[in-house]
Design a protein around this ligand. Structure first.
Ligand code: FRU
Length: 739
């Protein structure tokens, strides 16, 4: 026998011996459907026998082995109960089991040895998907043990799921609870790899034992890296920071890749980054917040997640502008604290130092959203560069209202006090204050009037003048869902405010500030110069905002708009016109002669030289003998957007069903419809950016804002004549819009 052969034989023998030595797993309970054999059952929660999956109206249950599991959802979350195993001998190195359900204190599985509890485990996240957990049984080898599965918890996630309890010589758990990773900070950022649709990890940053932030919810990559997010740690250079994870899985790929860097590079100009609309430098945005004009500068704060492009960790991002179109990013102004995340709110300039933080201080009032929603105050005495939270927070609470948020505060000069409009579930409640710190209820508005298809949010109350100089008060109220075309939208009321209560004029409500799908939570600037009333909205919809196909950022704001009162021939409307500053974005105009549109329709192959994606189009449609007209845009990929007007029906419909990408959400493909008062001429201004189109008809009497994700440039304009009658396009001008 050659040496090599001897070697192979010995190896084979060792392998065979090794295999024969590997001990079989011992099943303690597999909870197949043959009853809880031998286990003692107390209470109702576990039912009479193992479940086949979800029970009643429970979400789908996954990750269990075979056809059954112990599920304490019988009788819902409120039911309680306990399962106690028969005694068994510990005869392998580990006890492995599948575990899911709620992570509250009252639900757990425990191992008792000699009558003493040696392990007590609960799921690390609320989840209906079971995962492996393991107990090291080596210290208790040979002893008699018993397992208790306990559900003592009522309310949300008050249930536990357990399956496949077995003894084996290998640990099956990949969960590492309480995981810590330290960094000696030498650079500006910690770069965190994010998996956009992955589960959130709970993360806290410590310096020694000092907690530097509230728990952050970050989708640290588990299976793939979609993008990186920078966490600014420059202030801690030269120090050791520890990142604490509530748990990681040893199979996750992301946490090990977190690294330091002085730069943060990413594709800022990704395809759907707007050219002239406000968008966050990176991360998620929803509502505009705290808009205030101060010392020649427009401040725009916004709901911001700096740690990912999905909604979470609400901060107030902050940007400033002199012209409402070019924004300088100032970094986050407010971060979550022990009262909760920083939800929407407003800011004022305290000219008379009513709050005592200094004359001209910028004072922000916002919702702290923790276990409850309460109103808090922060102030800046350096022109908005930095904010300090008031140490007497919260300044307004109500133990009875869960949806209690989005304070919009303004100075009511007639009654010489601060007034706050606050969304209180299905109404707006007004409060008054002399010092911005203590607030008294004035009145409540909204019962039985307007749209109530969802929760009321983000109110704003302000005066506007009619052309004859009469003052009317306008109340904006966002509602989600319940918009005219689905999902979230902003309604308004026109009426009077006497310093205490708002009374709406008798109009046919709801009236909507915008009939597109993508203008939500908009409010107006406080203190804007020249008495102008400038509005900006969030250009998205809660129906799909978390799914839209962008990467390093998600969502943008509408164009800023000057609001005015206009009569549409039937009643007063709050009209929106793009702010005059938009004209400064215009490049070289391309003007077209008057066109007669006949039954066949008409088109312009290349609307603008240079194939730009971003333009403004202006035209006047004259209905010669037609009552219907339509126009739209097409691109080389056969994608299109189209508007159809019908004078007799009094409607305008926008169609984005063929506008490009839509598979990210089944709620996105839609037509949007607006009522429009009949006219013989329609003046149209349309603003197209990379991923949006905003239409203003007749000085903003009707406005429609919609986001779109075309895969090619809309370069051709098409006119159609649906009722085969003639109409005319006058004064057609197209302007490329620059940055
Ligand atoms: C509106 C809203 C507000 C809340 C904020 C949270 O879109 O739900 O009511 O303050 O978003 O981000």
């Amino acid at each position: 026998m050659s040496g090599i052969r001897v070697g192979i034989c010995i190896a084979t023998l060792l392998l065979a011996l090794g295999t024969s030595c590997a001990r079989q797993d011992v099943v303690v309970a597999d909870f197949e459907r043959n009853g809880y054999d031998g286990w003692t059952r107390q209470g109702e929660a576990f039912g009479n026998a193992p479940a086949a999956g979800a029970v009643g109206d429970q979400q789908p249950v996954a990750g269990f082995a075979g056809g059954g599991l112990a599920n304490s959802f019988h009788g819902g979350d409120d039911a309680c109960g306990e399962l106690i195993s028969p005694f068994f001998a510990l005869e392998r190195d580990y006890v492995n089991f599948l575990l899911g359900g709620g992570r509250g204190e009252g639900v757990y599985i425990a191992l008792e040895v000699d009558g003493k509890q040696v392990y007590k485990t609960r799921p690390v996240v609320d989840s209906e998907t079971l995962q492996w957990y393991s107990w090291d049984a080596q210290p208790y080898y040979g002893k008699q043990a018993q397992i208790r599965i306990v559900d003592n918890q009522r309310g949300g996630w008050g249930h536990i799921l357990v399956d496949q309890i077995e003894q084996g010589d290998k640990s099956k758990s990949v969960i590492v609870p309480d995981y810590k990773q330290s960094f000696n900070i030498t650079k500006k950022y910690l770069l965190i790899p994010i998996e956009d649709k992955g589960p959130e990890s709970q993360v806290v940053l410590y310096r020694g034992t000092e907690k530097l932030c509230e728990t952050m919810h970050i989708r640290v990559a588990q299976t793939k890296v979609d993008y990186w997010m920078p966490m600014d740690v420059e202030a801690y250079k030269g120090m050791e920071l520890t990142m604490w994870f509530q748990h990681v899985k040893s199979t996750d790929i992301g946490y090990r890749q977190i690294c330091q860097s002085d730069t943060y590079e990413f594709d800022y100009d990704e395809p759907y980054r707007p050219a002239y609309h406000f968008s966050p430098h990176y991360g998620w945005t929803n509502d505009p917040n705290g808009m205030v004009y101060h010392n020649g500068v427009y401040h725009l704060f916004y709901q911001h997640n700096p740690y990912g492009s999905m909604w979470a960790n609400m901060h107030w991002g902050h940007a400033v502008s002199k012209d409402l179109l070019h924004w300088e990013h100032w970094g986050d102004a407010l971060a979550p604290d022990s009262l909760g995340c920083v939800f929407s709110g407003s800011a004022v300039v305290d000219e008379q130092n009513t709050a005592g933080f200094g004359k001209g201080a910028i004072i922000a009032l916002f919702t702290s959203a923790g276990k409850r929603q309460v109103q808090s105050l922060a102030y800046s005495t350096d022109g908005g560069r930095t904010f300090a939270k008031y140490d007497g927070n919260p300044v307004l609470t109500d133990p009875d209202i869960a949806d209690f948020r989005d304070p919009k505060v303004f100075w009511h000069k007639e009654s010489r006090k601060w007034v706050m409009a606050l969304a209180t579930s299905q109404t707006i409640t007004f409060y008054g204050s002399a010092d911005l710190k203590s607030w008294d209820k004035l009145s409540e508005f909204g019962d039985g009037i307007g749209a109530h298809g969802g929760v009321w949010e983000c109110p704003d109350l302000f005066p506007l003048q009619t052309p004859a100089g009469e003052t009317k008060w306008v109340l904006l109220v966002s509602v989600n869902p319940g918009g005219p075309n689905g999902g979230s939208a902003t309604q308004y009321f026109i009426g009077d405010f006497n310093g205490t209560s708002f009374t709406a004029d008798a109009l046919t409500y709801p009236l909507w500030i915008d009939y597109g799908r993508d203008n939500y939570a908009g409010v107006t600037w406080n203190n804007a110069p020249g008495g102008r009333r400038v509005f900006i909205g969030w250009m998205s919809n809660w129906d799909y905002a978390n799914q839209v196909p962008t990467v390093n950022f998600r969502n943008a704001m509408t164009l800023p708009r000057d609001l005015s009162l206009r009569h549409n021939g039937q009643h007063w409307v709050v009209a929106s016109s793009p702010v005059g500053e938009c004209k400064d974005l215009r490049g070289q105009v391309v003007a077209y002669d008057t066109r007669q549109i006949c039954a066949r329709g008409d088109s312009i192959g290349t609307l603008l030289p240079g194939n730009t994606d971003c333009f403004e189009l202006e035209m006047t449609v004259v209905l010669t003998d037609a009552t219907k007209f339509g126009f739209g845009f097409v691109n080389g990929k056969g994608e299109s957007i189209a508007y159809a007007f019908d004078k007799l029906a009094g409607t305008m419909v926008f169609d984005r069903t063929k506008a490009g990408l839509f598979g990210f959400s089944d709620k996105f493909v839609t037509q949007t419809k607006a009522p429009i008062a009949p006219h013989d001429e329609y003046h149209i201004r349309l603003f197209k950016d990379k991923a949006s189109v905003e239409l203003f008809v007749n000085g903003g009497e009707v406005t429609m804002t919609n986001i779109i994700f075309p895969t090619d440039t809309f370069s051709s304009l098409v006119f159609s004549s649906p009722d085969a009658d003639h109409w005319m396009v006058k004064g057609l001008k197209v302007y490329p819009l620059g940055e």
